[in-house]
Design a protein around this ligand. Structure first.
Ligand SMILES: C[S@@+](CC[C@H](N)C(=O)[O-])C[C@H]1O[C@@H](n2cnc3c(N)ncnc32)[C@H](O)[C@@H]1O
Length: 317
């Protein structure tokens, strides 16, 4: 096993980014220095020194940010929307839930969460109203008024992502769509989250964890920031369990996706990385063990689309 060989005072993050991360997030733990571990890791199919991966991943998402949403729709033929809907339904959050969505990018998980909470609230009020006899019209309209419980009943979603461009695109998008209440945007690293211990009810990470350099550290951080009883949920590309689909999926991934990336986003390399990074991510059972090693209980997973993606779940008890 390699051991750290030297300490350097170089941070992979450009100085301006470090400064922005610190100024935007009081309590942010980023330091200007990192340890050079002497260890290698993978960046797609390339082998790179560990301390270079973060910057490379940062550049990928900086480059794709403006076209990220349209590329997601084109590459997956819109199926990513169904996976994300399934993910939120599986979470089944209740009004009042405090969500942390790490690697939240352009906010797809957070706005689905807000929609779900709003729908839950409407259902709750409808049921409460129905269960009371002899209500006057003004009683009914009062029970539907937002002032009574607040439209989100105290629920909050914090979207945390390391990439300033992704966050900017997400903020603009959700503002355009009329989402402002209950959402906050924080710049931060999944491996070093700028949040106190035991703070959130649910931690989500969708299509993000395969990009972090140390998955075990990101899992430890997930565990730390969850309240006891809190839930970890991860949506990630995984291993396809149907051999025919696996062949077609490989063909599509390697022959079509980088071409689409070039045509739509003018960026072949970033999409080549995305495809390769999927192949480097541990399969379902192995990832389940990593989640257990981080201390989570009742860990299980569901395959969607024959394992093209999997949803892993665990609890901090
Ligand atoms: C494929 S996008 C997923 C975005 C969003 N969750 C979604 O499902 O559409 C991956 C995101 O992970 C973020 N990311 C990569 N490494 C990260 C890290 N160490 N900490 C936090 N976010 C990270 C990227 O900036 C990018 O926004």
């Amino acid at each position: 096993m390699a051991v750290p060989v030297r300490a350097v005072t170089r941070c992979w993050r450009p100085a301006a980014l470090c400064q922005w991360l610190r100024s935007g997030t009081p309590g942010c733990q980023f330091s200007q220095s990192t340890h050079s571990s002497g260890r290698d890791t993978h960046f797609g199919f390339q082998t790179v020194p560990e301390e270079e991966k973060g910057e490379k991943v940062y550049r990928v998402f900086e480059s794709v940010a403006q076209k990220y949403d349209i590329m997601n729709d084109s590459m997956s033929l819109g199926i990513h929307r169904l996976w994300k809907d399934w993910f939120i339904n599986h979470m089944n959050p209740t009004p009042g839930t405090q969500l942390l969505d790490v690697a939240g990018g352009t906010g797809d998980i957070a706005f689905r969460f807000i929609n779900y909470i709003r729908a839950q609230r409407e259902k709750l009020i409808r049921n409460q109203t129905k269960s009371q006899q002899n209500l006057s019209w003004s009683d009914i309209s009062r029970s539907y008024s937002h002032d009574q419980l607040g439209p989100l009943m105290g629920s909050q979603a914090v979207i945390c992502d390391i990439n300033k461009e992704m966050l900017k695109v997400g903020k603009d998008k959700l503002q355009r769509l009329g989402y402002s209440e209950g959402l906050s945007w924080v710049a931060g690293d999944a491996e070093e989250l700028p949040f106190a211990d035991d703070k959130f009810d649910v931690y989500t990470i969708a299509f993000g964890i395969r990009n972090v350099t140390h998955i075990d550290k990101a899992l430890e951080e997930a565990y730390r920031v969850l309240k006891p009883g809190g839930r970890f949920l991860c949506l990630e590309f995984s291993q396809v369990n149907n051999p025919l689909l696996a062949r077609l999926y490989d063909l599509y991934s390697f022959q079509v996706i980088p071409v689409l990336g070039e045509i739509i986003a003018g960026d072949w390399k970033s999409y080549q990385y995305l495809v390769e990074s999927i192949r480097r991510f541990p399969p379902q059972e192995e990832f389940k063990e990593m989640i257990e090693d981080a201390g989570f209980f009742k860990v299980n997973y569901h395959n969607l689309t024959s394992g093209v993606v999997a949803v892993h779940s665990g609890f901090k008890l």
